[in-house]
Design a protein around this ligand. Structure first.
Ligand code: F6P
Length: 327
């Protein structure tokens, strides 16, 4: 391992909603930077920490035993101040004073837009996608998605047990903001009877018809997974099912923030380690203004302009599959 050169350090921060695997990414950033002879500055509380100069040096031992922990030991925030140009300039000033040659930003859509703002101010920055929502363009997966899906799978399997015992229709709300990815994939891997996502309009009558149909086909329960951003909410649907004669009684369950916690899966630990490592390598090579993403089995950099503001559309293969597999 090379020794650190003064004034030659890599900064790292986590921003936005936490995601399982963020710690694994920080660990990779720190250890790969040390390997390349850089020192590492950890920035607490996301962009707020950049504005406030909340910096500390991170060594190899500081990131010991965090690989397996959910959340982020650097802490994270959704910074309202960072939208303002004067605070972005303060952040840039703090980075320069700390001798940071390049910054790794680990976070979702909004955080990557923040990285782009810094790049436009001349800060060398590489973004690492981490968000359970999987709404970041330019990568097949963001860090945390796989763990969140496994958490959802565990919860829905349990809800299926009780739903089938009581002959019930169960409405289950998943996270994802404006993106239906978690709901859609959960629908397939949990065998849901119906999935509602923000990107596809579904009417109340269609939901009632699907539930009635499941009952007519002799199913002991009907699971309807509703993305939090879908136009119809679980409260409204619960009332509609209770008021209609569908054959089942009904209950609703919001999975909530439990989806963001927990020990990252092997997939997320590997993805986070690869993306964190590549981000540092790119900075060491003098690259900036890119996000590292996974494309098939390869880690690839994408220009931030190709990522920020782009929406991911749901895969039509998955949309069609839910209904067919629920026969
Ligand atoms: O972006 C991750 C996410 O968990 C979304 O799925 C959800 O809409 C949002 O964050 C919740 O944010 P908060 O933790 O601020 O309530």
């Amino acid at each position: 391992m090379a020794s650190a050169r003064p004034g030659s350090s890599i900064g790292v921060l986590t921003s936005g909603g936490d995601a399982p695997g963020m710690n694994a990414a920080i660990r990779a950033v720190v250890r790969v930077a040390l390997h390349h002879g850089r020192s590492v500055v950890g920035i607490a509380n996301g962009y707020d920490g950049l504005i406030d100069g909340n910096f500390r040096t991170l060594g190899a031992r500081d990131v010991g035993s965090i690989l397996q922990r959910g959340g982020t030991f650097l802490q994270t925030r959704r910074s309202a101040r960072f939208f303002e140009a004067r605070y972005q300039a303060e952040a840039r000033q703090h980075l320069a004073e700390a001798g940071v040659e390049g910054l790794v930003v680990i976070g979702g859509e909004g955080s990557i837009a923040g990285a782009q703002a810094l790049a436009q101010l001349g800060v060398k920055v590489v973004a690492v996608p981490a968000s359970i929502d999987n709404d970041v363009a330019g990568t097949d997966y963001a860090i945390g998605v796989d763990t969140a899906l496994n958490t959802i799978l565990d919860a829905v399997d349990k809800l299926r047990d009780t739903a089938s015992s009581h002959n019930r229709a169960f409405l289950i709300e998943t996270m994802g903001r404006g993106c239906g990815y978690l709901a859609l994939i959960a629908g397939i891997v949990c065998g849901a009877e119906l999935v509602l996502v923000p990107e596809v309009e579904t009417r109340v009558e269609e939901v009632l018809a699907a539930v009635r149909d499941a009952h007519r086909r002799g199913k002991a329960s009907a699971i309807i997974i509703v993305a939090e951003g879908a136009r119809l909410g679980i409260g409204e649907l619960l009332k509609a099912i209770e008021d209609a004669d569908v054959g089942y009684t009904a209950r609703a369950s919001r999975l909530g923030h439990i989806q963001r916690g927990g020990s990252p899966t092997a997939f997320d630990r590997l993805l986070a380690s690869r993306l964190g490592a590549r981000a540092v390598e790119l900075l060491v090579e003098g690259r900036s203004g890119v996000m590292v993403g996974i494309d098939g089995r390869s880690i690839k950099p994408r220009a931030l302009e190709e990522v920020v503001g782009r929406q991911r559309e749901p895969d039509p293969e998955f949309v069609g599959m839910v209904k067919i597999l629920a026969r």
